[in-house]
Design a binder for this molecule. Structure first.
Ligand code: BES
Ligand code: MN
Ligand code: ZN
Length: 507
């Protein structure tokens, strides 16, 4: 991971591979952002003009390289776009800094050290910049042959980032940087899990990785294997996993703080590969389905981050792990499953498997009567149709809680939007043989799935559901601090929720 430090050093004397500066979009062309005064001065105050000549506009995501001015120890100046110049007296949005730092860090792949002279004014800006660096520097090349000199497609991420403009001795600044490094590292761990190919990451392997990492950070782990699941009556998780040669698991991670006043439960969908099962997905729809455990990866990362940050709240993570495959032992459309809650479910489509594993995990989480449950799942293609590939949907049985989560998501830079749970859609899941069917109306499929999950939340428990099917996996090119592939979406929202719950600041 990229090491983060704060420094008061002046840009000219810094030994680094590059000095990163910000450029914003002004009314009459590019504007050099605050923080780069020394750099601009070394170009005799002509930096904005030089950038304009080079075609830079200050647009978000734009990266312009120029040779450093004479006398600089670093050879390169990297000007990164911050987007529109803020209104008078307003500072740059932390998310603009996060994105710019991310784009710069990505461009600097292979470099050893870079100094970031971005317009930071407070601890929040430092945290955002640090997060952007760690997240933008991420790359996944564990499966690329590093020994092939000709391939050269596996360069190391930026090793060290020095953040200028902050105060190295200020407790709030130091804490923000440490938080950024911790959250960034755990979020990158979630990305690694998502990107891992499904032949290497089956439910058992995921459970083993969770076990090792959790123990390192003083988190209690319990793993229910297929025998324990059968004994306990977890018909949903078993039913989904029954077609696979790799047996399912339910992992419970418990982080407890001696100062906690509240208990949170996070539940993650962990389908290590979703072929659709007997209701097999057609070619073209299954190439990225290793990402169907992104919810479980986010929950896992968030629990570890909460532990490492020592948050004063108890957080329990539930990872519902199974592989959805067709075979002679697979669940058939028409089968009825007896769920952990005792309810029966007629499986009409084996590709609607996420709600089945989540139902058991939600019921297990409910038994402990937490103050709130949040589940995270790549649940429906319908949510992608509704919100696109960068925004997740938030549904809840409590309006205030849904709004609080939406606010937390906005604050950390994760685009999200509230979605309703219209009561009239429930009757579409009426079954003639069981208590409920796992499918309903096609229209509003994301909301139907949410209504299904609601049936498995214990009476009186505050619950929210994040459908991250859109933003979990980036099939396009990288942007800002978001790489191609697994994104780690929802990790930062969950961590923020835990922080707000710990401090008693949750609405
Ligand atoms: N894992 C998929 C949803 C998904 C689709 C996630 C695309 C990410 C990208 C889920 O298990 C699924 O197959 N859902 C079905 C439900 C339907 C059969 C009711 C869907 O959305 O088509
Ligand atoms: Mn599916
Ligand atoms: Zn799925």
């Amino acid at each position: 991971m990229t090491a983060l430090t704060l420094s008061t050093a002046a840009a000219p004397g810094l030994r680094a591979d590059a000095i990163v500066i910000g450029v914003a979009k002004g009314a009459k062309g590019p504007i050099v952002a605050p923080g780069a005064e020394a750099v601009d001065k070394a170009y005799d105050g002509r930096l904005a003009g030089i950038l304009d000549t080079l075609g830079a506009s200050g647009a978000e995501g734009e990266v312009t390289k120029l040779p450093a001015p004479a006398g600089f120890k670093a050879p390169l100046v990297l000007a990164v776009g911050l987007g529109q110049e803020p209104e008078k007296d307003a500072g740059f949005d932390p998310e603009a800094l996060r994105k710019a730092a991310g784009a710069a860090a990505r461009t600097l792949t292979g470099a050893k050290k870079a100094a970031f002279a971005l317009p930071v004014t407070d601890a929040a800006d430092i945290g955002a910049t640090g997060e952007g660096v760690v997240l933008g520097a991420y790359s996944f090349d564990a499966y690329k042959r590093g020994d092939d000199a000709k391939a050269k497609n596996a360069k190391a991420p930026l090793a060290e980032a020095v953040l200028l403009g902050g105060k190295p001795r200020d407790a709030a600044h130091k804490a923000a940087l440490l938080r950024a490094a911790t959250v960034g590292e755990e979020l990158n761990r979630a990305r690694d899990l998502i990107n891992m190919p499904p032949n290497d990451l089956d439910p058992e392997a995921f459970a083993a990785l969770a076990q090792t990492a959790a123990k390192e950070h003083g988190i209690k782990v319990q793993v229910l294997d297929e025998k324990a699941l059968a004994k306990g009556g977890y018909g949903g998780i078993l039913g989904v996993g029954s077609g696979s040669a790799s047996a399912p698991r339910l992992v419970k991670l418990s982080y407890t703080s001696s100062k906690a006043k509240k208990n949170l439960a996070f539940v993650g969908k962990g389908i290590t590969y979703d072929s659709g099962g007997i209701s097999l997905k057609p070619a073209g729809h299954n190439e990225t389905m290793k990402c169907d455990m992104s919810g479980a990866a986010a929950v896992f990362a968030a629990v570890v981050a909460a532990a490492r940050l020592g948050l004063e709240v108890n957080v329990t993570g539930w990872l519902a792990l199974a592989e959805n495959m067709p075979s002679g032992s697979a669940t058939r459309p028409g089968d009825v499953l007896r769920m952990y809650s005792g309810k029966t479910v007629e499986v009409l489509n084996t590709d609607a498997e996420g709600r089945l594993v989540l139902a058991d995990a939600l019921w297990a989480a409910s038994a402990e009567k937490p103050d709130a449950i949040v589940d995270v799942a790549t649940l429906t293609g319908a949510m992608m149709l509704a919100l696109g590939s960068r925004t997740f949907g938030i549904m809840a049985n409590d309006d205030a809680f849904r709004s609080a989560l939406h606010e937390a998501a906005e604050e950390v830079g994760e685009p999200a939007w509230p979605m309703p749970l219209p009561e009239h859609l429930r009757k579409g899941m009426d079954s003639s043989v069981a208590d409920i069917a796992n499918m309903g109306e096609r229209m509003g499929g994301g909301l139907v799935a949410g209504l299904f999950l609601r049936e498995f939340v214990g009476e009186g428990i505050t619950w929210a559901h994040l459908d991250i099917a859109g933003p979990a996996f980036n099939e396009g090119g990288p942007f800002g601090y978001t790489p191609k592939g697994g994104t780690g979406t929802a990790v930062r929202t969950l961590v923020r929720l835990a922080e707000l719950t710990a401090s008693g600041d949750l609405g």
